[in-house]
Design a protein around this ligand. Structure first.
Ligand SMILES: Cc1cc2nc3c(=O)[nH]c(=O)nc-3n(C[C@H](O)[C@H](O)[C@H](O)COP(=O)(O)O)c2cc1C
Length: 197
């Protein structure tokens, strides 16, 4: 695998110090179309998800792991919405994130989506630590994926994560190239804390 360092301009301009993978994380659309992620590294990022906390330790996260160049990747890529389809094909991996929203006995899992989000967050931080970048997507055709993979209705298709090595922003079509280099924005910390310090 070739490692690329994110341009420093993409780093978070933080109001308080962060550990490096969090400060360096951002969601590129330009991925290096030649970069591969080896099997051990795929296991490592999934392991980070596996060790996330969950309600009652229910671990309701499930994943479809698609490597570029495979039929599974093509099926996931085909289900992406137009703009996402335009850039995400260069990622080394597309991972479909599923939440088991109903348990095997038919009881709803109240926290499944929350837990899945947390597992994916762990995965993104581990990936960043390994020199990879991630970009999550909500823009895709869920029913199409459901049909393509024959998914049990107990699983909700929540999101797709593109993973790979950062590529050249100039390879993106407009307006994606412009967005790739635009300043990153966040609400002020004070806006987030409703009550308390
Ligand atoms: C649940 C979710 C859905 C998203 N959907 C899309 C998407 O469909 N297409 C896209 O390009 N980015 C998508 N994003 C990426 C966000 O736009 C991005 O995380 C946000 O603008 C903050 O930028 P940063 O991750 O670089 O800090 C999504 C992110 C999340 C967490």
């Amino acid at each position: 695998m070739t490692l690329a360092t994110a341009p420093t301009s993409r780093r978070a301009q933080t109001d308080a110090p962060l550990i490096d993978p969090l400060g360096a994380r951002w969601s590129p659309r330009a991925f290096d179309p030649a970069a591969e992620v080896d099997r051990e590294l795929v296991r490592t990022v999934l392991e980070a998800a596996r060790w996330a906390p969950s309600a009652g330790n229910s671990q309701p996260w499930r994943f479809i792991v698609a490597r570029r160049g495979t039929d599974v990747f093509a099926a996931v890529h085909d289900a992406l919405s137009g703009w996402n389809r335009a850039w995400a094909g260069s990622a080394a991996l597309l991972i479909v994130n599923l939440a088991e929203v109903v348990d095997p006995d038919g009881h709803p899992r109240r926290w499944a989506m929350y837990d899945l989000g947390q597992a994916v967050a762990h995965l993104t931080v581990q990936a960043q630590h390994e020199g990879l970048h991630t970009h999550q997507m909500g823009g895709f055709d869920g029913p199409r994926l459901r049909e393509a993979f024959g998914l049990d209705p107990r699983f909700e298709v929540m999101s797709i994560t593109a993973i790979g090595v950062v590529g050249d922003a100039d390879a993106l079509p407009e307006p994606l190239r412009e967005r790739e280099v635009a300043p990153r924005r966040r609400k002020a910390l004070e806006e987030l804390v409703l009550i308390g310090e």
